[in-house]
Design a protein around this ligand. Structure first.
Ligand code: SAH
Length: 403
């Protein structure tokens, strides 16, 4: 199986565990077909709002994931195995190779598994609740080359820590930081609340468009940086900033969209629920010498509601909510701020459709829609939508106004 086969007209099975792992549903069709299928899906959902522009695909749709997460377990013979949970279950599917994960991060995970044996690190057992190492997460800055390894443990103490770090760095000198994340709860959440760096600064940096971003272990960062630049460029094109606007970056994560927009507008206000991410966003503004952006921790709906009640207004609202989409409270507040453009960046077409229906019911009009393929091999699709007040639809022609 070659990459070319998958890109052109693959009919063979490209991944031996795709059925069980469930992450990639599209490995048996060519990349061209994958894009066509996502375009059709977008048209089915969104054509009622406006014409769907052509999907933006990847040149090389493999190994795009800059974040690789493996669950650690033992097989019946007691060997350390790593992979992901079988879909809708807690059975581990061993993942020896993967078409979408960053290859150098996969190697680091394999080395950690090997070191567990020599350092006699106990692997966590979900049933008994006994053991130390639960998950390993590797994040690589594709532009900077910086690499963060997060060891998710049930305790902050890793026996033989210094020698473990030395041994891991010996095999992977590219690692720039190692962090212990403590998660001692019986939970399906991967990360616990405490991060303790045991090597390096405890974060990595990466570059997108013209900015450098610091990324902490618990902060959200888009997993496909090559496509993220295309996604943000599309969002910025839709926003059509002229330099005078007040811009909201709602659900801002580490401030990536807002800071990319800051050069082209008057000021940026970002809001985000995750405190670590807000901390990163504030530092990112400083380190990129951007003085017209402020970031706040809070629920986006509550924050916007308060802004609207205080009589504030905004010219452009970027909104990039999680898969569950936005809330009526948030969207009602957006309407009260009377922006001339809302740029909705969505990772879930179904919740996007629901929210666009709400906006249109409330007097807004969807002017542009463009899918961006952030997740090749999977069914998932990112979409950018431009929503404007209905009056914006009016055009004056020869002194006459028409819609
Ligand atoms: N725009 C950013 C992050 C998008 S992911 C980027 O492109 O990187 C969605 C973000 O919404 C996450 O950082 C998540 O922590 C945040 N979030 C989830 N629920 C929220 C809420 N109710 N209010 C504010 N932020 C929220």
């Amino acid at each position: 199986m070659t990459k070319e086969n998958v890109i052109k007209n693959n009919a063979e099975k490209a991944c031996p565990v795709s059925d069980k792992c469930g992450a990639c549903r599209y490995t048996e069709i060519s990349y061209e077909e994958q894009l066509k299928s996502k375009q059709r899906m977008s048209e089915r959902l969104f054509s009622k709002f406006c014409k769907v522009e052509p999907i933006i695909g990847m040149d090389d749709p493999f190994h795009y994931r800059n974040k690789v997460h493996h669950v650690f377990s033992r097989d019946k013979a007691g060997n350390v195995i790593t992979g992901s949970y079988e879909e809708k279950s807690h059975r581990l599917v061993e993942i020896p190779t993967c078409l979408i994960e960053d290859e150098s991060s996969q190697k680091i995970i394999k080395t950690v598994a090997k070191l567990c044996k020599s350092f006699k690190i106990l692997i966590y057992n979900e049933k008994s609740g006994y053991g130390l190492l639960r998950h390993v997460l590797v994040r690589r800055g594709f532009t900077t080359g910086e690499v963060m390894v997060v060891l998710v443990l049930t305790s902050p103490i890793l026996p033989g820590k210094n020698n473990f770090v030395k041994a891991l760095l010996k095999e992977h000198p590219e690692i720039t930081t190692i962090v212990i994340n403590v998660n001692d709860k019986d939970t399906t959440m991967v990360l616990g609340p405490v991060n303790k760096p045991i090597y390096g600064p405890g974060f990595i940096k990466d570059k997108l468009l013209n900015c450098t971003f610091r990324i902490s272990p618990s902060s959200f960062y888009q997993i496909n940086p090559v496509q993220t630049e295309k996604l943000y460029k599309t969002a910025l094109e839709f926003a059509d900033l002229t330099g005078t606007e007040t811009v909201i970056d709602a659900y801002c994560g580490i401030g990536t969209i807002g800071l990319s927009a800051a050069y082209k507008c008057e000021n940026v206000i970002g809001v985000e629920l995750n405190g670590d991410a807000v901390g990163d966003a504030i530092i990112n503004a400083k380190e990129n010498r951007i003085s017209n952006a402020r970031f706040f921790k809070g629920d986006a709906g509550e924050f916007m509601d308060k802004m609207a009640s205080d009589g504030a207004s905004a010219d452009v609202v970027f909104m990039d909510p999680p898969r569950s989409g936005s809330t009526e409270k948030f969207m009602d507040s957006v309407l009260r701020l009377k922006p001339s453009r809302v740029v909705y960046v969505s990772c879930d077409p179904d919740t996007l459709k629901r929210d666009l229906e709400y906006f249109t019911k409330k007097g807004m009009h969807v002017k542009r829609i463009r899918p961006v393929d952030m997740f090749p091999m999977t069914e998932k699709c990112e979409t950018v939508a431009l929503v404007v007040p209905v009056l914006e639809k009016r055009r004056v022609c020869n002194g006459e106004t028409f819609i």
